[in-house]
Design a protein around this ligand. Structure first.
Ligand SMILES: [Fe+2]
Ligand SMILES: [Fe+2]
Length: 267
């Protein structure tokens, strides 16, 4: 089973600021073409938040058009730039988003169980898991404690060491989620977005990874108090390959253009 993860598209209105500054729609089109070119094809695609930039229905409409060529099922969760209501309406026909307050759900159609978390606090950059969402997660994990499980969420629940991002990091609920994760060694991976760069950590016994954006990235600066800069490092997606004998092995797959190497076989 191959789980592709694309994140932080920040789609804006045609000709708007996001097109002018970062060309986010063009970058997502490139990422979608990249997914279509992969052999073998991903079985599912996770879109881990900040799908659009301002949470507008017209932005979601444009997003749907760009994602349309993807054959595999696409499962989306909201990030801090998304709007739950507009997003739910845009993806209502896909049938996987719940009608309740939070856009969290579990997908049981694959060897790896997929659990989507909603970490959004409307109007805030950072994320959280309130009591209701923590209880929901705990209940879902209790349903199937032996099955390999992947959790996907927008905000990483740990500090990254990039102070410009950690300033708007995870608020309430991280230690409580950590305690739940510790009780479930069947959690193969926790995958996140939001940081706009590739990051890996061990978190409460689980492997946690953050995928880079399909468009612009956040500069790496680990100096305390450093100003956060946006950089145009190569965009990428993550491919989480699961096999019964290996568990999940995660690969970074670059979605931009890069030079063709000279004709030399690796020794
Ligand atoms: Fe983002
Ligand atoms: Fe974000």
């Amino acid at each position: 089973m191959i789980v592709a993860q694309i994140t932080d598209f920040h789609i804006g209105l045609p000709g708007g600021r996001m097109d002018e500054t970062f060309r986010t729609a063009a970058f997502l089109e490139t990422a979608v073409a990249h997914l279509a070119s992969l052999e073998p094809s991903p079985d599912v695609v996770l879109a881990t938040g900040d799908l659009v930039d301002r949470g507008l229905p017209e932005e979601y409409e444009r997003l749907r058009e760009i994602l349309a060529p993807i054959d595999a099922p696409v499962y989306a969760i909201p990030g801090n730039h998304d709007d739950r209501e507009a997003m739910s309406e845009a993806f209502a026909d896909r049938g996987y988003l719940p009608g309740g307050r939070f856009l969290h759900y579990a997908i049981d159609d694959w060897p790896v169980r997929l659990i989507a978390l909603d970490t959004v606090i409307p109007g805030k950059i950072g994320g959280e898991l309130c009591e209701e969402r923590l209880r929901w997660l705990s209940d879902r994990l209790a349903e199937d404690p032996d099955r390999p499980t992947l959790i996907f969420m927008h905000h990483p629940p740990m500090k990254s060491g990039i102070s410009g991002m950690d300033r708007h990091g995870f608020g309430a609920g991280a230690p409580e989620m950590g305690a739940i994760v510790e009780r479930h060694p069947n959690i193969e991976r926790i995958v996140c977005g939001h940081l706009h760069r590739p990051v890996t950590a061990r978190w409460h016994g689980a492997v946690l990874s953050v995928a880079p954006s399909t468009a612009h990235q956040m500069g790496l600066n680990m100096l305390e108090g450093a100003k956060q800069r946006i950089v145009m490092e190569p965009p990428a997606c993550h491919l989480h390959l699961w096999r019964p004998d290996t568990g999940i092995v995660s690969h970074t797959s670059y979605t931009g253009r890069y030079e063709t190497p000279p004709p030399v076989e690796p020794s």
